[in-house]
Ligand binder design. Structure first.
Ligand SMILES: [Zn+2]
Ligand SMILES: [Zn+2]
Length: 359
């Protein structure tokens, strides 16, 4: 929890009409509408008016009560919006540029201190005083903490990335979760992937995005998913049809359900990147002798650093335009219908993302 600054150091911003947050009060409870008439911005903070938020699978898990989460909370950590106010002294983008009112931006899931040993080593997503959008108990002076709202109060220590005006909001909203996480997962496998057989488990948005990023680096990508429809979609994201030939040199496990297979089938000297195991599941037996003898690397990726988010936006704005990221949002609901939107996102056969818009 952040230490509140003395009030004199905060810049009060009145909102007329008041900002709206849809607040989650626990599994099975309808979201409550809370009016937020103003915010107090500290130095380095920014207030963003949300253009579009998308509902991630982890919001669905939280809302259903599949995993413990603090409440009351404003869910949502995938958003695109526009800066409407800044704390005294302004705020900066992740690359050190000055943020301006009117900038269209995406921002990291995490808020980091920037000074602890983990932040200093580049592991900002594991900061010792971490906060996460969409995952915090709301508190006085920090109510607008998630994307299920008309505005989000970005705190100093958030990686903020300017987003191109030309890209649709539906492409950009998932950048701060799926795209940046996929970027970090592929980076962990190494970016020398030209001609390398890569297998991706799970054709959710992280898996599909990882497929596209790897394919763009020249990898020969196969995607494994129980859904025929999703496997066909994966081909539009750069995957080759079928199971591929031979053992993959890199396996990206983005489903959380195929960890044992991923470790089993990776080639000698290969790397398994675990990124989908973000919910409680049975432990997987590990044959240590097999890991040793086959010289394999098993590594985990959770969230990402600011540079990954910046690179992810760069990818979406550049070479990523070759892939159908514009099709991932199947429906957009008004913020007032956030309960229906959550239900739609949780339904069997749901599109990759459901959007929420305050307008
Ligand atoms: Zn997410
Ligand atoms: Zn830190």
């Amino acid at each position: 929890m952040r230490t509140l600054l003395p009030h004199a150091e905060l810049r009060d911003i009145a909102l007329r009409p008041a900002a709206t947050a849809r607040v989650w009060l626990g599994a099975g409870m309808p979201l409550e509408t809370v009016a937020v008439p103003g915010v107090a911005l500290a130095a380095g903070d920014a207030l963003v008016a949300v253009e579009l938020s998308t509902i991630c699978g982890s919001d669905v898990h939280t809302a259903r009560g599949d995993r413990p989460s603090p409440m009351p909370a404003v869910l949502g950590h995938e958003s695109i919006g526009r800066v409407i106010a800044l704390g005294d002294g302004g705020a900066q983008t992740v690359d050190g540029g000055d943020l301006r009112v009117g900038d269209r931006v995406v921002w990291s899931v995490t808020v980091s201190c920037g000074t602890c040993d983990r932040c200093a080593s580049g592991m900002t997503q594991k900061c010792r005083s971490l906060a996460k959008y969409g995952h915090e108990r709301i508190e006085p002076r920090w109510e607008l903490t998630g994307g299920f709202a008309s505005h989000v109060h970005l705190r100093r220590g958030t990686a903020i990335v300017r987003a191109p005006e030309s890209l649709p909001a539906a492409v950009l909203a998932p950048a701060s979760c799926a795209t940046a996480t996929a970027w970090a997962a592929v980076a962990r496998a190494g970016r020398e992937l030209d001609g390398v057989p890569v297998r991706v488990y799970g054709a959710g948005l992280v898996g599909l995005t990882a497929a596209a990023i790897a394919a763009d680096l020249g990898a020969r990508v196969t995607v494994v998913d129980p859904s025929d429809e999703r496997r066909r979609l994966a081909e539009r994201f750069g995957a080759e049809p079928g199971a591929g030939v031979g053992a993959p040199k890199v396996v990206i496990e983005a489903s959380g359900h195929a960890v044992a297979q991923a470790i089993d089938e990776v080639d000698v000297g290969g790397t398994v990147v675990l990124v989908g195991s973000v919910f409680p599941a049975a432990a997987v037996a590990l044959d240590a002798e097999d890991v040793v003898r086959r010289l394999i690397t098993i590594t985990g990726v959770h969230n990402y650093g600011g540079a990954d988010l910046s690179a992810a936006v760069g990818f979406l704005a550049g070479r990523g335009r070759a892939y159908p990221f514009g099709d991932v949002v199947g429906a957009v609901h008004p913020l007032a219908d956030a309960d229906a939107a959550l239900a739609a996102a949780a339904a069997p056969g749901a599109p990759l993302r459901i959007g929420l818009t305050p307008r």
